[in-house]
Ligand binder design. Structure first.
Ligand code: URA
Length: 240
């Protein structure tokens, strides 16, 4: 692989920045200054340093963000802040995007990656990947209303699939759905003549929102978490 491609793919620098750094002798490959950005390197074995910092090549990254309220689930927006604003430039250069959407005022667990294939499979309706949310609603939810929501309700253009709800207080609980229609949970509660007043995603495909990860903070998924995500697909007969 070309040196400039390797460094741009893993978000270290743009190709023109690599060319400039090479001219200044700031890119070392196995300890030797690279004079040309098109130098061929084995990205899996070459010891590359850029401006003194060692470079670890990886094509894909997988991040877990605790989304704060007010952020749009996108990589750009004309007026509001977007979730990728919360990440270092390195990840934005790698082309990281949110895996699915949370509404502007929904908070909690959001996965971001540049692995389009995995993201696509996690969101494919046929894979029924489970997502759990903590919610508060305006009015107490009766047993009958809860059972009706769990069985599936008409949200206008769609009848929702069965889901699971556990109430923790008259107006609070946890809901687990295996699909992701636009404003789904809000529309489900509206169908029950109620209103969601707070929504926080607490798990996605077996990944749980870490209690010590503050709102607006992020970290990379651990190997175990990534395996868990992939397993949530494998269990459904997908290849990973
Ligand atoms: N359902 C909603 O209504 N909003 C979200 O952000 C996620 C699920």
């Amino acid at each position: 692989m070309r040196l400039d491609r390797m460094l741009s793919e893993c978000g270290v620098a743009t190709r023109s920045e690599v060319a400039r750094a090479c001219r200044k002798g700031l890119v070392l490959v196995n300890g030797i200054p690279a004079t040309r950005p098109d130098l061929q390197v084995d990205e899996t074995t070459a010891a590359v340093t850029y401006c003194g910092a060692p470079v670890r090549y990886r094509k894909f990254v997988y991040l877990l963000l605790n989304k704060p309220s007010g952020y749009i689930s996108a990589t750009e927006d004309g007026s509001d802040p977007v979730v990728t604003d919360l990440l270092p430039a390195e990840y934005r250069r790698m082309g990281v995007f949110p895996c699915g959407r949370l509404d502007k005022y929904t908070v909690g667990l959001m996965l971001l990656t540049n692995d389009g294939d995995l993201s696509h499979r996690l969101l494919a309706p046929k894979n029924h990947v489970a997502k759990s949310y903590r919610f508060s609603c305006e009015k107490p939810l009766s047993e009958a209303e809860k059972s009706a929501l769990e069985a599936g309700v008409d949200i206008g253009d769609y009848r929702t699939k069965p889901c699971k709800i556990e109430m923790t207080a008259p107006c609070e609980g946890e809901i687990t759905i295996t699909e992701g229609k636009y404003h789904q949970i809000k529309r489900m509660f509206e169908a029950a003549d109620n209103k969601i007043t707070f929504l926080e995603r607490i798990s996605f495909g077996g990944i749980v929102l870490p209690p010590d990860l503050e709102r607006g903070h992020w970290r990379e998924l651990t190997e175990d978490e990534l395996d868990l995500l992939k397993k949530s697909l494998k269990d459904k007969g997908n290849q990973t």
